[in-house]
Design a protein around this ligand. Sequence first.
Ligand code: 5GP
Length: 193
Amino acid sequence: MKKLIERIEKDGNVLGDGVLKVDSFLTHQVDPELMQEIGTTFAKRFQAEQITKVVTIEASGIAPALFTAQTLGVPMIFARKAKSLTMDEELLTASVYSFTKQVTSQVSISRKFLSAEDNVLIIDDFLANGQAAKGLIELCQQAGATVAGIGIVIEKSFQSGRALLEEMSIPVVSLARIASLSEGKATFLEGDA
Ligand code: 5GP
């Protein structure tokens, strides 16, 4: 997605350890216009799949997931990283190792929001080693739901996430694919949309 790549080039900051900081438009401050275009692009790519729910993980997946769900006309569910006192129902849970925080946490979704009838599109802000996406797939599998695809805003193609997801035969659509983050600069592969 050309506009996203231009924005990464303009406002992204490459941190030394293979991490891209995009907190001015995606992961902290959020640009709604760009998110809307991202949502429309994902929705268009998956419109033939009869998606019934969009699933993401808090916090930075929520903005792109919400615009995708709005365009598809379906609910968006975000997996929670901390158990809330109000989550008193049966939960689907999975362990996720966080690439940026370097800790393992339990993520959960209330059982009542996903069922075997659901055909899910997973959306996330970044794909690195694929652990967040794998945790979300596990939550869907616990509910008996089908995962029709995964939409990623920024894929770091030099890490192993895409291979892990493709091994599971789940289609991955990444709007920006980063080949390398060296010398303070991102270089890109051709994106999927
Ligand atoms: P994975 O689980 O694929 O290893 O990592 C994906 C998760 O880690 C994303 O949900 C995102 O929050 C975070 N992440 C991974 N790499 C980066 C990065 O370079 N920059 C930022 N801001 N977040 C990242």
